[in-house]
Design a protein around this ligand. Sequence first.
Ligand code: MV4
Length: 449
Amino acid sequence: MFKKILIANRGEIALRVLSACKELGIRTVAVYSEADSHALHVRFADEAICIGPPRSSDSYLNIPQVISAAEIADVDAIHPGYGFLSENANFAEVCEASHITFIGPSPDVIRMMGEKDRARAEMAAAGLPVIPGSDGIVPDETTAEKVANEIGFPLIIKAAEGGGGRGMRVVRTKKELLPSFQTARAESEQAFGSPNVYMEKLIEHPRHIEFQVLGDKHGNIMHLGERECTLQRRHQKVLEESPSTVLDAATRDCMGRQIVDALRKVGYSSAGTVELLQDTDGKLYFIEMNTRIQVEHPVTEMVARVDLVKSQIRVAAGEKLDDVVGPVRFEGHAIECRINAENPETFRPSPGRITAFRVPGGPGVRVDTAAYADGVIPPYYDSLVAKLVTHGRDRAEAIVRMEGALDGFIIEGIHTTIPLHKRILADPDFRAGNFDTHFLERLTATAGK
Ligand code: MV4
């Protein structure tokens, strides 16, 4: 097992990794920017090293600075958390070259999944259903027309280096195709430094369902069920739950098995998430894979009763999946509300000093946060203030516990999305499990009325 881990992140996920390390008896090194000198991850780690100015590009994304800190502190491993360097294959390679274990899959697999067209092709070859579309990147207008003829309209053009909803363009008619294709390429070049795009048939009113996976370094891999992540706004998830109300046990088992088989073929290790879209006929398709621990991992932890971060560290140290996890029995239902420092009506960021902070508790209530009274939410990073997670014997109990917990959560001094969550939970369609990716647009179009 590792003796010392550097946590290349901040906020609640840095604290989450710190707790896992503590339970495993591993010493911890925090890194922080000048904006985070009073942050809790700095206070709770065994050592802390300042790695630069507030901007992420000067600190948490600065590979030489992070590696220098790791070398000075003499750590065995780096946990990247989510965001920042967590899916950077070059960073994972630099760690390896410096004889530091990168807690994640191999650089080759990170790179494969980062090229979305390649991930799609490899997963299709490994047996997962993918949405009808182009065979890899679409290099020119002639190919774009050929693919459009095959798959029909509406279709979607996606940036190969994009992902998470960035760099997508919907095309509804033939006459929009070539202009959209050229614009998509130009935008992709602008945003990602590569004009490469690929095409898929558009799935209208989809649901976003993702499977949590965990693999060791001995070729063993398992899935830990799914998360329903359909409730998003501008590709930012707002509320997640597990299990999904629209997967039956047979579909879950079948899809889970196909995913595990496919990932074994590409040599996947560590925690990861396979993103799927479900069409209105209930059919599931692979769209992307995330090679990091995700923000919403706690909902899986609550229903599968597995500590994913501890497991991720143990498999990175070479332990076998059987020893780390063993047989899993899923129990009950979990929901996560992301509480962001945002105006709940305009969604504008609301950074600043928190003047009062009281977290709810009680049976089935978990709060993952790095916020505290008199602490500051800096403007430089994401706006997540807390993840409020509830668990219940069934969905109804998870919902009623969430309503109580939201009522008991006091955050003053900044705006938060707590009122939005109360509204979602009160909505009859949400309560019936009847929603798609447009649900929040409809809900917030009438916010405050
Ligand atoms: C799609 C799609 C419809 N058809 N692909 C958005 C995030 C990125 N991971 C993939 N996304 C989508 N891909 C096809 N072929 C619709 C979306 C999409 C979406 C997906 C999940 C949750 C919310 C969404 C909001 C808008 C678009």
